[in-house]
Design a protein around this ligand. Structure first.
Ligand SMILES: Nc1ncnc2c1ncn2[C@@H]1O[C@H](COP(=O)(O)OP(=O)(O)OP(=O)(O)O)[C@@H](O)[C@H]1O
Ligand SMILES: [Mg+2]
Length: 251
């Protein structure tokens, strides 16, 4: 990749669902190593934005460029190759509950493994070492062979992060990764994501309901309101009145 190319670039992007405009005329660039919080109230368009960035959704108008490629112009196979470079973590973890942790972590290899290798690994786990290292990084090394649904919510989110580490993407997207966790667990997960991004230089984009986490843990905050960017600034530049406007409900 060319050094001058953003990891993500949205050029005049609009996303409609039927006649409803979820995002309108969005322009933004996210660079290698950026740590960006996407904030805004429910329905502001945060998940839509995350899903555009990982190619799950394509824009109705405008262009989404990822790692120097216009996603709308890519053949399916090339799109998958780009998507392998983007790891996504979700609010509900998206793990297979009744499998052991190692299999959920190994799912991070799926973009690279053949169907055959993946099937064999379900019986006799492969690359145990890689999975163990990833689990160690997220602080639950001892859970390798535990059934996933026996873990707490915070631990399950750690498994989801370990899966992304095994995937080893260039960028990590996290869509409300802490919404189902208590405040202490939330802080741990946000700190961990930040640390992993710092240590590896991976770009991190996290959507969050709570503004405080954005302010305390991210260098750049993008405020979305009704599908538009209200501000795109460093935490210090975001004033209380801007936050108030962000979450203001219509009279
Ligand atoms: N697949 C869809 N079909 C129809 N409307 C959708 C779809 N996805 C999102 N929307 C609408 O687009 C708007 C933005 O949704 P989005 O999920 O991006 O918001 P959000 O900021 O992530 O909200 P939340 O904080 O509740 O997760 C909402 O009004 C939502 O109803
Ligand atoms: Mg959402």
């Amino acid at each position: 990749m060319n050094l001058g190319t953003p990891i993500f670039e949205l050029k005049n992007v609009t996303k409609q669902f039927g006649s409803f405009q979820s995002l309108a005329n969005i322009n933004l660039q996210i660079w290698a190593g950026d740590r960006v919080a996407l904030v805004g109230s429910s329905g502001a368009g945060k998940s839509t934005m995350i899903n555009l960035l990982n190619g799950t959704l394509l824009p109705t108008q405008g262009e989404v460029w990822v790692l120097g490629h216009n996603l709308s112009r890519l053949p399916r196979k090339s799109l998958r190759q780009i998507q392998r470079q983007i790891g996504t973590i979700y609010q509900q973890f998206h793990l297979v509950d009744n499998l052991r942790v190692i299999h959920n972590v190994n799912a991070g290899h799926l973009g690279r493994w053949s169907f055959f290798k993946a099937a064999i690994s379900l019986i006799s786990p492969m690359e145990v070492g890689t999975a163990a290292i990833a689990l160690n990084q997220v602080g639950i090394a001892e859970k390798l062979y535990e059934r996933t649904d026996r873990l707490s919510g915070g631990q399950q989110q750690r498994v989801a992060i370990a899966r992304v580490l095994v995937q080893n993407p260039s960028a990590i997207l996290a869509d409300e990764p802490i919404s189902s966790l208590d405040p202490e667990r939330s802080r741990e997960i946000i700190q961990m994501l930040r640390q992993l991004s710092q240590d590896s230089g991976k770009t991190l984009v996290t959507s969050l309901h709570a503004f405080e986490y954005a302010r305390n843990y991210y260098e750049r905050i993008i405020g979305l309101r009704q599908g538009r960017i209200l501000f795109d600034a460093s935490p210090l530049a975001v004033s209380p009145s801007m936050v108030e406007e962000l979450y203001r409900t219509e009279e």
